[in-house]
Design a protein around this ligand. Sequence first.
Ligand code: HEC
Length: 134
Amino acid sequence: MKMQRVGRLYAVGLLVLALAVSYGNLNLQKGKKEKEISYSKDVFPIIKKYCLICHSLENDHPSELFLDTYEDMMNESRHGKAILPGEAEKSPFYQKLLSPPPFGRQMPPSRKIKLTPEQIELLRVWINQGAKNN
Ligand code: HEC
């Protein structure tokens, strides 16, 4: 009788250990894999809200930068390609969100309307993940 109980306790112990190990592995995998940013779900809503009032076909599109569609934004504007996939730090699209920008004004050029650091980081990561049309 007593031996059976010890056996059962042992089995439960092993099960808990196995669960703990697999949970740990899952967490490690999550930590390793960066979340993939989506152009349509994450990036475009920011552009639509903060950039299209100027950078669209219908509006002024200063510096010939059109952000209406993915294809448009990958074309050249006055300073060449605004987005260099995989190289956010060299992409005017990202550089212009920082203060000070490499030329002209910080985007969006308004004292009241600013992107949050989280939004800027999201755009940086999207470009460095290859600026995919996903
Ligand atoms: C109120 C109008 C306005 C808004 C809103 C705006 N921009 Fe601009 N943008 C400009 C003007 C004007 C210029 C040209 C002068 C300059 O470079 O500062 C410009 C230039 C740029 C350039 C440089 C293009 C080149 O090749 O010279 C980039 C990149 C850019 N904007 C990105 C953005 C992004 C990204 C957003 C949204 C987060 C945005 N802009 C929002 C007015 C705007």
